[in-house]
Design a binder for this molecule. Structure first.
Ligand code: EPU
Length: 419
């Protein structure tokens, strides 16, 4: 069995750079299927989910070549099938972007229902609504989604719930459709803007990304170009929360500070010292921190993907805190793991009440990607040794995590033990 062992209780010092955004990369790489030519994509994070999506593109007939550690070339000139490999597709959430991309390029797609982290029901009805509005049929049989169209024509789509995945998938399906598509109540996350910028760099006409109305004018063909993925807002936030939990003085580099506004304001409210530079943020802590209240929301609100890491920090600071999860129905499963470290947290539906205290190291599990990041934060703040099982979840979204954390002083090692 593989584990990450962390010895906690030491302040952290130094600099750590943020990699390219996972949730942008897992959409931009499939988006390259729309391009009848070569896309050069830079700042690609070296994580498991990216390797999986690249493998799926290769099996669909795209030629993917690594130019260096973080730059790939994708040539989708000669796709050979619209059927995504079932086993790979069912392993990750973002495989649903193959639906929009293949539908847009080939007018048909066949992709297994997506897997990924389990936060309760994760429907794709809004993706379906968008594809149907553009003229496609959608059928789901035995866990496989089939989408087909004779012809795609732009239309208006109103998203009943703000959905990142549906917003991106409808953009992908619409860029080569005839006429205009308007997505209303669109999600505004930084990676929505990044995907739109990528599509435009390849020849598409997408306007309004980053607002709640996105307008797409279909083009006949996209022919290729170069694009660099934005830094990962969630990885940046994870490192900031880690530095706040450990104390010390850490410079988090390669950040877009605007993306961090909501987190910065919360951390300042708690007593963390923050200095923003053009593309980095310094976090230091001199005194004790105070508890606070947090409610997750779509961007620019507090990101649900930083909720577990925030709860880990709040478990260690003085006073009471409240965290309300308003995006997912069931994203507090990992709390059971923090309780093993002596945390004082009571969960009632979508609400967690936290009484901060000193945590102590324990054997815990990474129950999903961000839950795993939360265990690292708790482990660094705790006294003694924390052993984190199932670190493969963490590897889905964080590049070379132990080497990078060691560079700021985290005492972390990966161990392999016989079962
Ligand atoms: N929803 C629907 N119908 C749909 C789609 C979504 O009702 O057709 C609901 C969901 O049930 C949820 C809400 O809308 O309550 C938001 O879901 P969204 O579609 O925005 O989530 P997603 O696209 O499946 C992405 C990220 C998640 C992140 C969410 C919210 C990717 C690959 N995943 O998921 O990231 O939590 O947006 O910001 O981009 C992670 O990185 O750890 C992660 C889980």
């Amino acid at each position: 069995m593989e584990k990450l062992n962390i010895t906690g209780g030491n302040p952290l010092f130094g600099e750590i750079a943020v990699c390219g955004a996972k949730n942008a990369a897992v959409a931009i790489i499939p988006a390259a299927l729309l391009v009848n030519g070569v896309c050069i994509i830079e700042n690609v994070p070296d994580i498991k989910d990216v390797r999986l999506i690249i493998e799926m593109l290769v099996q669909l007939g795209a030629r993917v070549t690594y130019i260096n550690d973080t730059t790939i070339s994708v040539d989708s000139t000669r796709l050979k099938t619209h059927i995504a490999p079932v086993e790979l597709a069912s392993k990750m959430r973002a495989s649903y972007y193959l639906l929009g991309a293949l539908l847009g390029r080939l007018n048909k797609a066949q992709v297994a229902l997506p897997g990924g982290c389990n936060f309760g029901v994760r429907p794709i009805d809004l993706h379906e609504k968008g594809f149907r509005a553009l003229g496609a049929t959608v059928e789901i049989t035995d866990g496989i989604v089939y989408v087909n169209a004779d012809h795609l024509t732009g239309d208006n789509v109103f998203l009943d719930t703000t959905s990142v995945g549906a917003t991106i998938n409808i953009m992908l399906a619409a860029v080569l459709a005839d006429g205009k598509t308007v997505i209303e109540n669109a999600a505004k996350e930084p990676h929505i803007v990044d995907v739109a910028n990528f599509l435009n760099a390849m020849g598409a006409k997408v306007r309004g990304a980053g607002t709640d109305v996105i307008r797409i004018t279909g083009v006949k063909e996209m022919t290729g170009g170069s694009y660099s993925i934005i830094p990962d807002q969630i990885e940046a936030g994870t490192f900031m929360l880690l530095a706040a939990a450990s104390g010390g003085d850490v410079l988090v580099r390669n950040i877009i500070p605007k993306h961090m506004d909501c987190l910065v304001s919360k951390l300042e409210e708690m007593g963390v010292n923050i200095t923003e530079y053009d593309d980095s943020i310094r976090i230091s802590r001199t005194g004790e921190l105070r508890g606070t209240s947090v409610r997750t929301m779509p961007y620019p609100g507090f990101p649900t993907d930083l909720q577990p890491q925030m709860v880990a920090l709040l478990s260690t600071v003085k006073g009471r805190s409240t965290v309300i999860e308003d995006v997912w129905d069931n994203r507090f499963q990992y709390v059971a793991e923090l309780l093993k470290m002596d945390a004082d947290i009571t969960v009632n539906g979508k609400r967690a009440e936290i009484q901060g205290k000193k945590l102590r190291g324990a054997l815990v599990q990474a129950t999903d990607l961000r839950a795993g990041a939360a265990m690292i934060i708790a482990g660094v703040a705790a006294e003694g040794v924390t052993q984190i099982g199932c670190p493969h979840y963490i590897d889905r979204g964080y590049t070379d995590i132990e080497r990078r954390l060691r560079s700021i002083g985290v005492k972390i090692e990966r161990v392999f033990e016989e079962d």
